[in-house]
Design a protein around this ligand. Sequence first.
Ligand code: SF4
Length: 256
Amino acid sequence: MRSETIPLQDSVVYGPIHSRRLGHSLGINVLPLSHKVCSSNCVYCQYGWTLPEGTAERLRRAPELLQDIDAAFADHVDRGTPVDCVTLAGNGEPTLHPDLLELVVGIKMLRDRHFPGARVGILTDSTQLTRPRVRETLGLLDVRYMKFDAADEATWRRINDPLGKTDFQAMVEALRRLPEIILQSMFIQGSHDNTDAPHLQRWIQVVGSIRPLSVQVYTVDRGTAASGIVKVPRATLQQIANRLTTATGIPADVYD
Ligand code: SF4
């Protein structure tokens, strides 16, 4: 695995990014441009480590961000950009933004105005789901992609290194209660590994209890924060996906 991580997003609206997972997606970064703000410190993060101290850049509030998003959407309409979905993601964990509800409501209105028919979704590390207001806000979105790489607390701490006080079992409980979610499970090998047989068995069991609409099984394709992380071969990812579907009936797609 090459070691270079990628630079942070340098604008509020970025992309479009074309991927099999999301189609043509415009990313929305509601977090600072100069440093990552995240509730996790995943060993495989493409942006590098989450540093304890950021920079002096202030967090921009919803009215100001929505103005920028409106202007960027209008620009993409003028340029004829194809947009299948608009996805809250970017420089860290979007659910940490204090104006999340206002942002989600505003982005949906802007979607209706500029890209009717496009879905509004979020990529989240799932840690803030234990907060009722975050759960309610996520419920307003068209699609929710929830990170779930680890089926037990020890693996979660080793791979995702949550930085807040989130309780693992409470997070799993909240995932079970959130309707119509898509789980994203990153598998890695090398210096950190979540593909060992006991972990996979437990992962299948816990994913089966969460009952998501589907699971996206994937591996690293860029530089990682920790060194020595190795991409999982596609055949192994496919075996993991097949085992999950056979055991639980939950559809699983492989992306590598
Ligand atoms: S949750 Fe995402 S942004 Fe945060 S450390 Fe993990 S991979 Fe990076």
